[in-house]
Write a protein that binds this ligand. Structure first.
Ligand SMILES: O=C(O)CCC(=O)C(=O)O
Length: 288
């Protein structure tokens, strides 16, 4: 268990090997109840005052919603504490087998009870203003989630260099919020995103039933999606943190969307080819 100020969890060799092979691994009881409570308090604060990036991704006829926001950690002290003190950075670093780890950003995915919205299948890293293989997300449900509602993955798909021309997340905007970035991957994509939902067994799709404190760590190139379609009595709030290892470099792109950090990164003096750094992308852990 990762306790504030206490012993930090070390993933086992099996976790590391599974991540290398599959690009995704579930780590049970990685974070103590205190950290989950802290993140829930942070999420309450965050939902009271979302960032300008925040938007509803889905709102159905019954008023059920899927809320998304990112990069709120600058304004949410509970998130800041999690980033620096929870051991999440060390966990990411050991799983990625990297010498040092920088924090990239946080994102939350909050579905109200019964939301039928399912996250479209996609990759993350081709969206981002960085490139590299040693990137990961720690996906943490703050409530229990069944395997069929949790984020799902195509194991091994992180090993492909292909970029998929996947769903334009900018279209997830039922409230017609202005200035939402759009994402056209067609010029750079190698292939359309496969129809994974039609044949999950054929693609070897995996997901896990999880309790608060468990996490899934996934490589940012892996194909993932499918989460949601909740029962009427179940909501789902998820806190994610994104981490950058040794081989990652700043890579401003003409395409991409959430988040398009290019302007903010440049204002911190970051340039193409740089290693992540500055207080925007702080180094949180280094192997000793
Ligand atoms: O939780 C979800 O539904 C989506 C999460 C996701 O796609 C991500 O963290 O990259």
């Amino acid at each position: 268990m990762l306790e504030a100020g206490g012993q930090k969890a070390s993933p086992t060799g099996e976790h590391v090997a599974a991540f290398r092979r599959d690009g995704v691994v579930c780590v049970r009881s990685a974070f103590s109840a205190e950290w989950i409570e802290l993140l829930r308090a942070g999420l309450d604060r965050h939902l009271d005052a979302p960032t300008e990036r925040a938007r509803i991704w889905d709102r159905d006829a019954e008023g059920r919603t899927m809320f998304w926001d990112s990069m709120a950690w600058h304004d949410v002290p509970e998130y800041q504490r999690f980033v620096h003190e929870s051991g999440a950075g060390e966990l990411a670093g050991r799983i990625l087998e990297t010498e040092r780890i920088n924090f990239f950003f946080d994102a939350v995915f909050v579905r109200s009870a019964g939301s039928q919205f399912a996250t479209p299948w996609h990759q993350d890293e081709p969206y981002w203003s960085v490139s590299g293989h040693q990137t990961c997300t720690i996906w943490m449900p703050l409530v229990p989630v069944a395997a069929e509602n949790a984020l799902a993955f195509v194991p091994g798909s992180h090993l492909s260099d292909w970029v998929f021309d996947h769903y334009d997340f900018g279209l997830l905007n039922p409230d017609a919020k202005a200035d939402v970035d759009r994402s056209d991957f067609s010029a750079i994509a190698d292939a359309p995103v496969p129809d994974i939902a039609s044949d999950p067994e054929g693609y070897g799709v995996v997901s896990w039933a999880m309790e608060p404190g468990d996490c899934v760590i996934f490589n940012s190139r892996i194909l993932h999606g499918g989460s949601g379609r909740l029962p009427e009595d179940r909501d789902l709030c998820v806190f994610t943190s994104k981490w950058l290892g040794d081989d990652v470099r700043i890579a401003f792109r003409d395409h991409g969307m959430d988040p398009d950090f290019s302007q903010i990164m440049r204002s911190h003096g970051l340039a193409d080819g740089d290693r992540p750094g500055t207080e925007l992308l702080p180094e949180v852990w280094a192997a000793t």
